[in-house]
Design a protein around this ligand. Structure first.
Ligand code: ADE
Length: 228
């Protein structure tokens, strides 16, 4: 799966991309992330990519021409040309179902906004898939793009290894249950002991216990998931 990120802050990405799982996926050529500086498509000598809104109001708006030109140029850099995704708080809220829908795409072009957003004509011309990572306002789309990449990379076959597949995770395939509690050594810490059942070696019993805990956790913390 290939991601092309269009941003005014490309320097935000290398640290994130050096994280072990993503880095391994990139080195194994399962995932490719190319980061492009929107400013490279500025049309004037001052490299201006934003301007004040017509009609007045606070902040600056990303200009239509550099943004549209950058997307078209980046699409031509590889095949297939990919679907365009705009990171915006007015988009469809990202959840595991949406992640699974996007995970089948071989290539996504991620547009990260700053300032007060994009000129409306960017949307009217490019018809991007608009994605929000939640009902709060970030300073820009970069962190949202990283969240999206992070959730998608886990779905790429081979990235997580055989024994662990994200398609079986607690939020996948219609399964909307929270995880059961997990423990590792030591068996006792500050008087708190690992539940006896987990030390029993009885796999059937352990499986039943985990299902029950998972259901209990979901009921207590996220009853909305059960109603869904
Ligand atoms: N840009 C600013 N806030 C955002 C959000 N919540 N989701 C996606 N992109 C954003």
């Amino acid at each position: 799966m290939r991601f092309d990120v269009l941003t005014l802050f490309p320097e935000m990405f290398p640290g994130y991309m050096s994280q072990s799982l993503l880095n391994k996926a990139i080195e194994g050529q399962l995932v490719d992330v190319q980061v492009h500086n929107l400013r490279d498509w500025a049309t004037d000598k001052h490299q201006k990519i934003d301007d004040r809104p017509f009609g007045g109001g606070p902040g600056m708006i990303l200009m239509v021409e550099p943004v549209v030109n950058s997307v078209r140029a980046v699409q031509k850099m590889a095949q297939p040309k990919g679907k365009i995704v705009m990171m915006t708080p007015s988009g469809r809220r990202l959840d595991q179902k949406f992640v699974e829908e996007l995970a089948v795409e071989p290539r996504l072009i991620l547009l990260c906004g700053r300032y007060e957003g994009f000129d409306q004509r960017v949307t009217d011309i490019l018809h991007p898939i608009e994605v929000s990572i939640g009902d709060y306002i970030l300073n820009g789309g970069e962190v949202a793009a990283m969240v999206m990449i992070d959730s998608l990379v886990r779905m790429v076959p081979g990235v997580l290894g055989d024994e662990q597949s994200s398609w079986d995770d607690s939020f996948s395939r219609g399964n909307r249950m929270l995880e059961y509690p997990q423990y590792t050594r030591p068996r006792e810490f500050e008087g708190l002991e690992v539940p006896e059942i987990l030390l029993s070696g009885n796999h059937g019993e352990i499986e039943r216990w985990r299902k029950a805990k998972s259901l209990e956790n979901t009921r207590l913390r996220r009853s909305d998931l059960i109603e869904e």
